[in-house]
Design a protein around this ligand. Sequence first.
Ligand SMILES: Nc1ncnc2c1ncn2[C@@H]1O[C@H](COP(=O)(O)OP(=O)(O)OP(=O)(O)O)[C@@H](O)[C@H]1O
Length: 464
Amino acid sequence: MLTPDTKPDLSDRLFSDLDFSTGAVAAMSGGSDSTALLLLLKDHLDRTASAARLLAVTVDHGLRPDSAAEARLVARFCAERGIAHRIVAWGGDKPASGLPAAAREARYNLLAAAADAEGIKLILTGHTADDQAETVLMRQARDDDGRGLAGMAPATLHDWRTWIVRPLLGTRRAALREMLRRRNVGWIEDPTNVDVRFERPRVRAALAQGEGEQRIAEALARAGQAAGEREDVGHRAALLIHAFASRPVPGLVRLDRDFAAHEDGQAAIYALRILLATVGGVSFLADEARCAALFARLRSAPLCATLSRTVIDARRTGVFLHRENRDLPAAAPPVDNRLWDNRRRITLNGPITLNDGPGDLVIAPVGPAAARQASLSEDIPPGLSRAALAAEPSLWAGGKCLDFAGGNAGPQSVSIVPAVAPFQRFLPSFDLEPAAAVAALVGAPPLPTPPFRGHDVGRGWAKA
Ligand SMILES: Nc1ncnc2c1ncn2[C@@H]1O[C@H](COP(=O)(O)OP(=O)(O)OP(=O)(O)O)[C@@H](O)[C@H]1O
């Protein structure tokens, strides 16, 4: 039943676009924002999709003496409302520096694992407009390439399979707290949120003073504009990737010469940054200024350069990109669900059975010697094909190269599937289009269905 203080239009506005067909995990710290999120979500599902599964998950980071007791408080809160709840603990050693980032990384892994265990593909967090303003101001202070000014995306794909959605990103914290007070619901105040040894609490404290409100409004407006610009350049970069890039042999990307002369330099440089990071297996995009300088030089082939662990070999017949043949992973037995060189995902589909030869099965680069034996495409200069192939992963047994990359042709029990390094861990919705384009190019799995009903992967589906 509705109470006067849960305006139906608020929760409907927040959640009505979302696809709850696999259920939802609500990331619930017990703070005001995630408590409000959980209550609004529960109202919405009770009204519109009572069969949808809802699981609240609290991560106990084990960083404060009270954290376990707080997690139990959240468990009680959920039990009283008939909401399934789970506590997951961050075990193991904690780093001495970079603690907030490590805790965040661990938190998302644990939330995703909890969702996975239930077959749920959607995680909701309680990030608010206030969090967004803080994020934008922190990134602005760091003077990065401007992409970060878009702030947090309304949705982010985690590990290429679980959507993290932030439905409260356009809602102010004060409004949520007001709603909680009217419902007589309390929340946990995390002392870390006011611990000025950390950057975010310092920004938060500064925004609570003087002209804070105006700065918040400006930061949010700037974020909206930057998000639109980022989607736009991503869209144009995706068009360029579709039009000009191909993968003639595994490990080798070819750009038509016309790419180097394209008039939309901004999109071409963005496409280049994404392609270099993907081919090189680097988690962050190649440096913008260096890519701009490289793009300017591409017109005057021949050219051979390296950037982002990638060799750029520009010839009359095209601009070729392949992984540099150094600092490749050492031979090691295949381990399930691991990234190899940040370029391939290894999956074990069952116990390893070896019919192809004796000896222990390992994954190692093909290497120059085995690459020389391979039969090559006639359209590509053999030196280039071999250089690309040498850096590709292969299964080896007893010193014999069983299969080389691209391939699912080795023992059925091991698959080695291309991955898109810069977007593999976190893919913000702003970048969906270029990510889908580069995934199709390198043969990575297609993106899972977006979490918003009625939207394909493509322009304009992300909520503003
Ligand atoms: N320990 C946790 N367990 C589960 N989810 C968490 C946890 N910490 C944060 N989150 C999720 O991430 C969101 C943003 O995190 P942040 O650290 O800004 O929140 P908080 O201040 O701890 O709590 P809240 O946002 O609920 O007020 C939270 O709203 C919540 O959805």
